[in-house]
Design a protein around this ligand. Structure first.
Ligand code: NAD
Length: 354
């Protein structure tokens, strides 16, 4: 009989905890992939899963992704993630959040949580009433690290796109470079604004078409239907909505030279990274280019515990290192023939002692 912890998505996770609180109706999973570099840090997702196994898979994969992301961002944090299994109506109560906070507190700082899909700043503020192992909280003053990570994620992606354009197209600026951007929410909207400011040509798409159209009107951009954005002829395709979009079908549709965007887990399976490379498309590994948010959230946490400066410039300084890290990955990939995602995985695994 195969032990369940040897199955696909288990990757020697240090701890996987199922939290049940009958009184509040909370069911959650907290997964700690690695604490080699520090406490496992990663947000809490509040989501309705068709099957509990899907929630387990999400927690396992996302927590491993956080180990890699934090290591590659040079943060003194390991990888963790929590998922709260919502009902169909996504009922969220203060009692559930309180029970969740108590579970985080019981781990004694091994796991540090923050916002993820379905969890707001206000939810985290409620969690912070019962545990100090939380970040992504509202901060006072514009010069203080912290708050909504979206704009910091967007900044890192913008800098990463510029690096990719330099590496692949040999251009010093994004002026006139055509970027097809999927998802115009917190991250995608921020990336689009930064690109427009520097003269890029943009085609925007969102399943909320009014959102894409409003932003396009503001930035003088074009729009494309959600099912057409991946086949727009462009220089850069920037995914900032869903994960797992890069599979056989998605990759075949691409008409670009670069894929660089903020969505987590863009590659459906490991073999899809080499597939992009075979098509001559330069890929910016997602967990490297989208680390701006976790850099902000982590420095906020460390600052609150007197372990890092609280100055927002420190956040910007660290985000400015993202392009160099990408360039290092691409150069190594050019040298040894591995695809950029494979090179990045190898670097991350080395950093976390695996
Ligand atoms: P968001 O909810 O603010 O925006 C996502 C947008 O994508 C929404 O406008 C939504 O309508 C749109 N969308 C969904 N499906 C789509 C589709 N099929 N085609 C086009 N548009 C679609 O979320 P966000 O915070 O901007 O996050 C975007 C992605 O970046 C997610 O994958 C998230 O995991 C990842 N990410 C976010 C952060 C952060 O700091 N917010 C950090 C790292 C990674």
């Amino acid at each position: 009989m195969t032990a369940f912890w040897t199955e696909a998505d288990f990757d020697d996770h240090e701890l996987v905890q199922v939290v049940r609180d009958a009184k509040s109706g909370l069911t959650a999973i907290i997964a700690l992939h690695s604490t080699h570099l520090g406490p496992g840090a990663g947000g809490t997702r509040f989501w309705h899963y068709a099957e509990p196994a899907d929630a387990m898979r999400d927690a396992l994969r996302l927590s491993r992704g956080m180990s890699y992301k934090n290591a590659m961002a040079g943060l003194p944090m390991g990888g963790g993630k929590a998922v709260i299994l919502a009902d169909k109506d996504k009922t969220k109560t203060p009692e559930m959040l309180a029970a969740f906070a108590d579970a985080v507190e019981a781990l004694g700082g091994q796991y540090v949580t923050a916002e993820d899909v379905g969890i707001s700043e206000a939810d985290m503020a409620a969690v912070a009433q019962r545990t100090q192992h939380v970040s992504g909280l509202p901060v006072e003053g514009e010069d203080t690290a912290g708050g909504d990570p979206g704009p910091f994620t967007a900044l890192g992606i913008f800098l990463g796109i510029k690096a990719a354009v330099q590496h692949k197209l040999g251009k010093d600026s994004v002026e006139g470079v055509h970027v097809a951007l999927q998802g115009t929410g917190s991250v995608g909207g921020g990336v689009a604004r930064l690109l427009a400011r520097d003269g890029a040509r943009l085609t925007l798409s969102d399943i909320h078409q009014d959102r894409a159209e409003a932003l396009a009107a503001e930035l003088g951009a074009e729009t494309a239907a959600p099912d057409a954005i991946m086949s727009v002829a462009c220089d850069v395709f920037s995914p900032n909505a869903l994960g797992a979009i890069l599979d056989e079908e998605g990759i075949a549709r691409l008409d670009c030279q670069i894929v660089a965007g903020g969505a987590n887990n863009q590659l459906r399976r490991p073999e899809h990274g080499p597939m992009l490379a075979e098509r001559g498309i330069l890929y910016a590994p997602d967990y490297v280019i989208n680390a701006g948010g976790i850099i902000s959230v982590t420095l906020e946490y460390l600052c609150r515990n007197d372990k890092a400066p609280c100055d927002i410039n420190e956040v910007r300084k660290r985000i400015a290192l993202i392009p160099g890290r990408l360039e290092q990955i691409w150069q190594e990939s050019d040298r040894d023939g591995g695809s950029p995602d494979q090179v990045a995985d190898r670097m991350a695994q080395e950093l976390i002692g695996r």
